[in-house]
Write a protein that binds this ligand. Structure first.
Ligand SMILES: Nc1ncnc2c1ncn2[C@@H]1O[C@H](COP(=O)(O)OP(=O)(O)OP(=O)(O)O)[C@@H](O)[C@H]1O
Length: 246
């Protein structure tokens, strides 16, 4: 499988004034076209930092990011902007990432490619795709339920027509039924494209991904098939033991 995104020896240090954290260390990772990968690990292990690096938003101090054959940080800014358009981002909490003055439909429409012939129709189609009625387009995000808002975020990420969907704990804080609906929407959105999903929940990882990457203190310590979690090392074994219903 050819990689749509690849990291080579990526190191990312964060912080300031002598308080540095090596958030990522020597990360090598290949995401194949259409592949779904869950990134798991303890709090602070570097999961969100990795997503920011993969999306070409956060520049690593060490190593390379290669997207569709482009060595992203060696390329000119214009090429980097084109690379960023290949990613659709599903945030942890859509409310804080949406402009409160916009209605849900505008949030999605804003992400459509320039020159889209029938934006209203396109927005209605995208909302339908994530299981939401078209009339929700007229509501402000703050008046939607958390689960509805997250599905608007999935529709917005899809509007970009990305090669890769990136999702950072997209069901955090939702109750079980809402979680199910958001995961269904992401699964359906991810059908024809790669998906990288950050989660602390191995049940979500197994349900959503074919492959599970485990981070520990910024390093990839396991990279296993989702149906073979038992073959992982001690960090994954601890996560498994903490997920009794799996
Ligand atoms: N802006 C920052 N300045 C300093 N340190 C940071 C910054 N952002 C993250 N870190 C540190 O980098 C490490 C990795 O953080 P990151 O948010 O990537 O972890 P995570 O696995 O996503 O955690 P969580 O599951 O709690 O969201 C942590 O030790 C964190 O405290």
């Amino acid at each position: 499988m050819s990689a749509v995104v690849a990291c080579r020896g990526v190191g990312r240090t964060l912080g300031r004034r002598g308080r540095w954290v090596e958030a990522l260390r020597g990360v090598d990772l290949d995401i194949g076209a259409g592949e779904s990968v869950a990134v798991v690990g303890a709090s602070g292990s570097g999961k969100s930092t990795l997503l920011g690096v993969l999306a070409a938003l956060d520049r690593p101090q060490e190593g390379r990011l290669i997207v569709g054959g482009v060595d992203v940080w060696a390329a000119p800014e214009r090429a980097r902007r084109a690379v960023r358009r290949r990613f659709g981002w599903i945030p942890q909490d859509a409310l804080t990432s949406f402009d409160p003055r916009y209605r849900a439909g505008d949030v999605v429409a804003e992400a459509l490619p320039r020159g889209t012939a029938d934006p209203r129709g396109a927005v209605a189609g995208l909302l339908e795709h994530v299981g939401l009625p078209a009339h929700l387009a007229d509501r402000r995000p703050a008046t939607l339920s958390g689960g509805e808002r997250q599905r608007v975020a999935v529709a917005r990420a899809l509007a970009v027509q990305p090669d890769v969907l990136l999702a950072d704990e997209p069901t955090a804080g939702l109750d079980a039924p809402a979680q199910e609906r958001v995961l269904d929407a992401i699964a359906s959105a991810g059908r024809d494209r790669a998906l990288v999903l950050v989660t602390h929940d191995l049940r979500v990882a197994r349900r959503m991904a074919g492959r599970v990457v485990v981070l520990d203190a910024g390093r990839v310590v396991d990279d296993v098939r989702a149906d073979g979690l038992e073959s992982g090392g001690p960090v994954l074994a601890r996560l498994l033991a903490a997920t009794p219903s799996l």
